[in-house]
Design a protein around this ligand. Structure first.
Ligand code: ADP
Ligand code: MG
Length: 323
């Protein structure tokens, strides 16, 4: 009888020890940066330090790309005399060049020169208002991606019209997510899930604990990402998609908006009208390998709406619209 007790005790101890040993090492940290809540989750040895490095990289990108920080490269471009070349950091030049390429292929639905329009509407600030038609027209005159001139030899950028200004808010978060994932990879992290305010990047799979492993017969399973439903409470997981080594990015009318006289005014603008885009969809979600691509295209798809289905197929894997 005593022997049975000892064996049962030994088995239990072995189970507890192996459970602890088998439990995947997970590290998760959250910071407020890029004007949003960023949560990085990584698994395996060195995850803690790797996440710190990834956050450093995200903060470095914010310092360079923010249109509002006085020491940023974008601020420098926006506050230099117009029609004059301004030399910029190479990675800033490269992302501006990619952004312009997306304006080109989306016929201007994606446009990083809309800052005069977003400043006018002030969505999400204490100055938000519905501007007059004249105000919109005069702000629109200061926009236009075709008036951004790039000199690749000197990494210089010129804004041709007076009052023009860049805002990379529709692509920089995606770029930051790619870079954060790259830093984690360089630190030897194979499994991670990064959430930059709804811009999700996944690397590898989610390692499982002992009990789940036994139940499923495998040591990991693909990450499942819930696509936010437009009217569901924030953070409540919606329609699930499974992703391995890819990005899921959603642009929607529920992120930043105000309502006046029963009308919703949100933060993604139609560059043709200077009004919040009204293409008949509530959100557009893009799944792609590259975060910057997914970010730019989700904004463009939201502006164009259903008509864009099937276009730009070589750049992404899936687009999902919510109506
Ligand atoms: P979020 O940043 O909320 O995730 P998006 O990626 O769609 O959403 O980017 C929206 C931001 O991009 C806006 O806050 C504004 O700075 C900028 N923006 C607005 N309309 C456009 C547009 N048509 N093309 C490019 N950028 C835009
Ligand atoms: Mg975007």
């Amino acid at each position: 009888m005593k022997a049975v007790k000892y064996i049962a005790f030994a088995l239990l101890a072995a189970l507890i020890v192996s459970h602890i040993a088998f439990e995947p090492k997970k590290c998760e940290k959250t910071q407020f940066c890029l004007d949003t809540v960023v949560t990085l989750t990584a698994y395996g040895k060195g995850a803690d330090k790797a996440i710190d490095k990834a956050f450093n990289r995200i903060n470095e990108i914010e310092q360079k790309f923010s249109a509002y920080l006085k020491n940023s490269e974008i601020y420098k471009i926006n506050h230099s005399p117009y029609n004059t070349f301004v030399k910029v950091d190479k990675e800033v030049f490269d992302l501006i060049e990619r952004a312009i390429m997306f304006s080109d292929i989306t016929d201007g639905a994606f446009d990083i020169t809309l800052k005069p329009i977003s400043d006018l509407w002030g969505i999400g600030t204490k100055n938000e208002k519905v501007p007059t038609d004249e105000e919109i027209k005069s702000a629109l005159d200061k926009t236009g991606w075709r008036d951004v001139v790039l000199d690749k030899n000197t990494y210089a950028v010129k804004l041709k019209k007076e009052g023009m200004a860049l805002d990379l808010g529709g692509i920089a978060k995606g770029y930051a997510s790619d870079e954060a994932a790259r830093v984690l990879g360089e630190c030897g992290i194979k499994n991670a899930c990064l959430d930059l305010g709804g811009n999700i990047v996944v690397r590898g799979e989610m390692p499982l604990g002992l009990f789940e492993s036994i139940k499923c017969g495998k040591r990991s399973r693909p990450f499942t990402i819930g696509i936010q439903e437009p009217d569901a409470p924030r953070g409540e997981s919606g329609q699930p998609v499974t992703v391995e080594n890819g990005c899921v990015v959603t642009s929607g009318d529920y992120e930043r908006f105000f309502e006046k006289d029963g009308e919703r005014y949100h933060h993604i603008f139609d560059p043709k009208t200077g009004m919040p885009a009204k293409s008949g969809v509530r959100s557009a979600t893009v799944i792609a390998k590259d975060g910057a691509v997914a970010d730019a295209l989700s904004t463009a798809f939201f502006v164009i709406g259903n008509d864009a289905s099937g276009k730009y197929k070589e750049y992404y894997e899936t687009v999902i619209f919510a109506k």
